[in-house]
Design a protein around this ligand. Structure first.
Ligand code: GLN
Length: 245
């Protein structure tokens, strides 16, 4: 069977492991860099991205994880995991946060977070088939921009999930205030976009803003296992999705 690691530093790793086992995969809690060599795929779970990033740094996992992504090994980030995979993060406290990067998107770290904390909704996801997909969002991030080569798998119209009168700090402010850490001080606000991106795929990278491991719908895990199986069958020396575009 496929051997899938779940980064087990903090957050919802146990739930991913249960689903993977239910689908017949071998699932391993990963806490050390040495464990990566034995795996066909890796999941970075939801939780708190700053905490996961700090523990990963303390345990010497950041560079090995970056290498994992850059060499085109299959990886799936859910929620906080998606934030860590992003090339760019905006929003509360995003400035000081070490990211793994590789996924050419901009995430807003707490896009829904301070508004509703959590909610569940149904998503239309053509890549998973016609049945709508239940999705649990917990202090969830959202993708606000993607670069070419990133396949959008699901979007969400945000209006029902925002407080009336909600305004968020704009993406323009980072540029205006300098490149790092300036989101807290910038005074400018802008209207929330009508729609955000909540699931993407870029080569061997899968990312979801929500928590499929907390629902009974196993199609996301199946999709990731297919990606891992394909990659195990045709190992590539470097991630084609990482080539300069
Ligand atoms: N917004 C959280 C963060 O910044 C992610 C929340 C989650 O993973 N459920 O890490």
């Amino acid at each position: 069977p496929l051997r899938i690691g779940v980064l087990a530093l903090q957050g919802a790793f146990a739930e991913h492991i249960q689903v993977l086992r239910r689908l017949g995969a071998e699932a391993v809690e990963v806490r050390k860099a040495e464990q990566l060599a034995q795996l066909d795929g890796l999941i970075i779970p939801g939780g708190e991205s700053t905490t996961i990033g700090l523990i990963a740094a303390r345990w010497g996992l950041v560079e090995p994880l970056r290498r994992w992504v850059q060499t085109g090994r299959p990886i799936w980030g859910t929620c906080a995991g998606m934030i860590l995979l992003a090339e760019q993060a905006t929003g509360q406290k995003a400035g000081g946060q070490p990211l793994l990067g590789g996924l050419r998107v901009t995430v807003n770290r707490n896009f829904f977070g301070r508004q509703t904390e959590s909610f569940e909704t149904l998503l239309h996801v053509p890549a998973l088939g016609p049945e709508p997909c239940p999705a649990v969002f917990i202090r969830a991030p959202a993708i606000t921009a993607v670069e070419p080569g990133v396949e959008v798998l699901a979007t969400l119209a945000v209006a029902p999930f925002l407080r009336p009168g909600f305004r968020r700090r704009g993406a323009g402010e980072e540029a205006a205030a300098g490149s790092e850490g300036a989101t807290e001080t910038a005074p400018k606000t802008e209207e929330a976009p009508a729609e955000v991106i909540v699931a993407v795929r870029q080569g061997t990278i899968l990312a979801t803003a929500f928590h499929p491991e907390l629902t009974d719908d196993v199609r996301w895990h199946r999709l990731f296992l297919e990606m891992a199986a394909q990659s195990a069958a045709n190992p590539v020396p470097a991630n084609p999705s990482m080539a300069p575009s």
